[in-house]
Design a protein around this ligand. Structure first.
Ligand code: 4AD
Ligand code: MG
Length: 430
């Protein structure tokens, strides 16, 4: 008989099964021992009765501390009192890897758990989050591939800034300087003239000096770029993508959402289209409904975004931010040059900006001016400016912050738990 997962065994429901996994909890008395076994699929209570098993099995059972790995044979049956509704009456048990005294016990501090991350990722909570994360990745690939987008591989080491020089990570590159990518965008804009519709999910790096619950130094961005497309097109694609991710998570991760105690009703409300408003309209709402006075031209800070989102239960798309504060590649709206043709998607419940996107400026002169204003050396961007010299077409794209979306789907309060090994200004080990 071959091994099955705990979930498969529970689906079978009766008869003899062989399981392998790790000790999740254990408790023993003179005559009976309980081992809660976990594997990647679930947990199950196993009972070892001293009188019913060979001595070596009993000896193994009473000396298998938490996280010992085991192979177990037994009879499974339904038992309403057991933690997951089934119990295994053990007939044979073998230790595979003995565990030292496990350092993680109940009620430990967040910082201690981050120090022990290599072990803590085995917890049911982090396992559940990693499964949701896997669904989110799968959903993004599925969404774009079903719509005839091509997956494109951007370089991670780049000679240019994309989102401003202040958050660049410098890398010694032989005897030169390079940077870790902040966004695939400049390269996507090169490839858009070949592939027309492209996407990627890639790690991005930003030396964020803010220690917030929304910023990582290393995070993953799902980005897309389309030729012949404008602001409305990317707004539609963005809301459909986010609604699709939510639908997939609801469908595929019911168990995980239960473990995370996520209010699924909230996720069910994520249906496209989402409300749209301009930056100017957002300022008006903030003033009228939240008594917050933001002068036109200032970027919305976290507090203002949060206040605005108290008015909504679904994400919203905010467009037309002030051109002045925006990255060099975002063009002015021809109808109002003070506004940029750009959008952010903000999530409800304090999860903040989950998507940033824009039309791309195709005017050589205004691009050059904007780059110079950011203090960039034009010769470094000659290759990018070339893209405007050889048959340029209108094109637009966006980037979705994967960890912010995972955190939101899971309903967790810190982005650090949305990635297995978080990197922030002060946290980079293990
Ligand atoms: O708004 P951002 O900076 O947009 C860009 O980088 C564009 N070049 C994308 C594009 O148009 N292709 O970043 C996009 C998203 C943000 O909305 C946010 O969700 C996420 O990436 N993000 C971060 N997530 C975690 N930690 C950080 N430090 C992040 N910085 C941005
Ligand atoms: Mg942004």
């Amino acid at each position: 008989m071959s091994y099955m997962s705990i979930q498969e065994a529970m689906n079978k429901g009766s008869g003899e099964v062989k399981l392998h996994g790790w000790v999740y909890r254990e408790r023993k008395s003179a005559k009976v021992a309980f081992v809660v076994l976990r594997d990647s699929t679930n947990i199950i209570q196993c009972v070892i009765k001293k009188d019913a098993v060979p001595e070596k099995v009993w000896d193994a059972a009473i000396d298998s501390p938490i996280e010992t790995s085991l192979k177990i044979t037994g009879e499974i049956k339904e038992d309403a009192r057991a933690p997951t509704g089934f119990e295994l009456a053990v007939t044979d048990m073998e230790k595979v890897g003995v565990s030292d005294t496990y350092p993680i016990t109940k009620d430990q501090s967040t910082e201690f758990l981050l120090d022990q991350r290599h072990l803590w990722i085995r917890s049911r909570r982090l396992t559940a989050i990693m499964k949701v994360r896997s669904t989110v990745f799968g959903a993004i690939h599925k969404f774009f591939r079903e719509r005839a987008f091509h997956e494109f591989a951007p370089p991670i080491l780049t000679p240019n800034a994309c989102e401003g020089g202040s958050t660049l990570f410098e890398v010694k590159y032989y005897d030169q300087k390079m940077y870790l990518t902040q966004s695939w965008q400049l390269y996507a804009e090169a490839a858009v003239f070949a592939l027309e519709k492209l996407y990627c999910i890639s790690p991005c790096f930003r030396a964020e000096k803010s220690k917030t619950s929304r910023h990582l130094s290393e995070f993953w961005m799902a980005e897309m770029e389309i030729a012949w497309a404008g602001l409305d097109d990317i707004g539609k694609a963005a809301e459909e993508l986010v609604a699709f991710i939510a639908k997939e998570v609801i469908e595929k991760n019911a168990e995980e959402l239960k473990i995370l105690e996520r209010d699924v009703e909230k996720l069910k409300k994520i249906k496209a289209p989402f409300p749209r408003l301009t930056y100017s309209e957002a300022l008006k709402l903030l003033k009228e409904k939240k008594d917050l006075d933001v002068p036109w031209g200032k970027d919305l800070r976290t507090v203002e975004e949060d206040k605005l989102m108290e008015l909504y239960e679904t994400p919203v798309i905010v467009t037309h931010y002030p051109k002045e504060t925006m990255a060099f590649y975002k063009p002015s709206d021809p109808n109002n040059p003070k506004e940029a043709l750009c959008m952010d998607m903000l999530a409800p419940d304090g999860y903040g900006e989950i998507i940033g996107g824009s039309v791309r400026d195709t005017d050589l002169d205004s691009l050059k001016k904007a780059l110079e204003k950011e203090g960039e050396k034009l010769e470094r961007y000659e290759w990018y400016l070339d893209l405007r010299r050889y048959g340029s077409v209108p094109h637009s794209g966006f980037g979705l912050g994967v960890e912010r979306v995972v955190a939101w789907m899971c309903g967790i309060d810190n982005i650090k738990d949305a990635i297995p090994f978080p990197r922030t200004m002060i946290r980079f080990r293990p």
